[in-house]
Design a protein around this ligand. Structure first.
Ligand code: ZN
Length: 509
């Protein structure tokens, strides 16, 4: 006979083992993307396959079924610790999502994704949407069927959203995004009419790589990223990856002729790392030991990268230091010119190269496309044209080809429908959290100007990071800021910042 206590302990031990597989997978992922010898990759992918299959099998095993079933019995459930209850809910959600998919169909879907990934790469290289089209049609059809197996409330797209942003719905996003759009588009138009645009060409002058590396390490130290608990490596697309609570690694990309892109990427990833490094000890070894959602995670990186790292106060302190790393580049460039340059706005085709103001428009556009696809209001074959029309409507530019249009992101080729909104939510959360932080942390501008980040970091750790996945993003935001998601904070942040940079007069809105 298993007693109550041991069933709970056994369950937590079982979950802990799953997390160990995850740590191994993350380590392999990091290795593949930072320096694994090319010739070893083929054999390596076999190991990755074995490890993921093992973890996958554990999440839908008979044993997992038994834990979920027995621990959910009312008398037992009530005696569980709050953490175990949440871990159980998490395990059950994952179990339900996977178990409802017929095994053959799921396997076929995995194969379709691998094929779609390859087709997307080829299509992007040749800038030809037609190559990717049949694969994307397949993936969308699979996801539609999966939604019908899972069931949904309200809108079928809610089933996809919930996987990345628990609790988020189409109704809520429609409301928030339409307010945001209605303010950003006119602001962008006003900026586009300004003649005195920030000069940015000096940003692209040569900055020796060795010096850039020194600079990045200097900033990591300043921000307080502990190299005893992480590393900085090079990769093609920068990322942060948690291995365990005391090992969260970040990566960056150096570009000799565009130093600021890499520098801000490092600060961005540092923000992600701070989140993972500050999760409460008692969540260790559980799936709750990670950020509340994709969007909440992004809020932390954006706060550091954009709202602190691109602020006037930040460069008030650091500009003289920056210039000492590569004096020629900044000769004759005043601090304020530098500040305007790193915050300059221009409509561009590529999402990941977009500035702070136009970025949300790129995301909202993708959200609207996905929503229409999953509500049968749009066919996959129409995507390339619709994309170009929307770019014209939102940003006033039309991509010259599919490569800089509909084919630019990898998400759809990986079946990641419902993920894009998290990027814009990250901004919205960040601005709302920033507003509360500014009310609660004294002299915040002054502290930033003095490069004293301790109280900012402490506030973020205590109010957000420690909770890991114990709270859904909506609840977390409500608890910290006292109100549900409110786009006004991002709107006024953007209006204030960019009106000043572009010398716009206040409008009567
Ligand atoms: Zn990020």
């Amino acid at each position: 006979m298993t007693t109550m206590r041991s069933l709970e302990t056994d369950f937590l031990q079982y979950v802990r083992e799953m997390m160990h597989y995850q740590e191994v997978l993350h380590l392999l992922f990091w290795d593949v993307r930072t320096g694994a010898p090319k010739k070893g990759l083929e054999l390596r992918s076999e190991v990755i396959g074995t490890m993921s299959a093992k973890k996958f099998a554990m999440s839908i095993s008979m044993e997992m079924n038994r834990y979920i079933h027995e621990l959910s019995q009312t008398d037992r459930y009530e005696k569980l610790s709050p953490i175990t209850k949440k871990v159980l809910a998490h395990a059950k959600k994952e179990y339900d999502l996977l178990i409802r998919l017929p095994a053959e169909e799921y396997t076929a879907y995995e194969v379709a994704k691998a094929n779609a990934s390859r087709a997307w790469e080829e299509a992007k290289q040749k800038s030809d949407y037609a190559i990717f089209l049949p694969h994307l049609e397949k993936l969308v059809a699979y996801s539609k069927r999966f939604i019908s197996y899972w069931g949904y409330q309200g809108n079928p797209y809610n089933a996809l959203l919930d996987q990345y942003e628990p609790g988020m719905t189409v109704d809520h996003l429609d409301e928030v995004f339409s307010k945001l759009k209605a303010k950003i588009i006119p602001l962008l138009h006003r900026i586009q009419e300004v003649e005195d645009k920030p000069a940015t060409s000096f940003l692209y002058k040569e900055f020796p790589l060795a010096k850039q590396k020194e600079l990045h390490h200097f900033f990591l130290q300043e921000l307080g990223y502990d190299l005893g608990k992480g590393r900085l490596d090079e990769t093609i697309h920068p990322f942060a990856i948690p291995l365990n609570r005391n090992d969260v690694r970040i990566t960056t990309k150096y570009n000799e002729n565009h130093f600021s892109a890499g520098l801000f990427a490092t600060i961005h990833e540092c923000g992600h790392a701070f989140y993972e490094l500050n999760i409460a000890d008692d969540l260790l070894g559980t799936p709750l030991c990670e950020g509340a959602s994709a969007g909440m995670h992004e809020s932390q990186s954006l706060l550091w990268e954009k709202m602190i790292g691109r602020s006037k106060e930040f460069w008030q302190h650091y500009y003289p230091i920056l210039t000492s790393y590569n004096e020629d580049q900044f000769k004759g460039i005043e601090r304020d010119q530098f500040y305007r340059a790193i915050n300059s706005v221009s409509a561009s085709f590529i999402r990941i190269e977009a500035d702070e103001l136009t970025y949300p428009l790129h995301v909202i556009m993708r959200y609207e496309i996905e929503k229409a696809l999953f509500n049968n209001e749009l066919e996959v074959r129409e995507l390339s044209d619709v994309w170009n029309q929307m770019m014209q409507e939102y940003l006033g530019i039309t991509p010259p080809d599919d490569k800089s249009g509909v084919l630019q992101d990898m998400h759809w080729s990986a079946g990641m429908f419902g993920y894009f909104p998290s990027y814009a939510l990250g901004y919205l959360y960040a601005a709302q959290l920033r507003n509360t932080m500014r009310n609660e942390v004294k002299d915040i501008d002054n502290l930033t100007e003095k490069a004293e980040f301790t109280s900012i970091k402490q506030w973020l750790a205590e109010n957000i990071h420690v909770y890991g996945k114990m709270k859904d993003p909506n609840q977390l935001l409500l608890d910290v800021t006292g109100e549900p998601l409110n786009p006004d904070y991002l709107i006024s942040y953007l209006e204030n910042k960019y009106s000043e940079i572009y010398g716009l007069k206040a409008t009567s809105s």
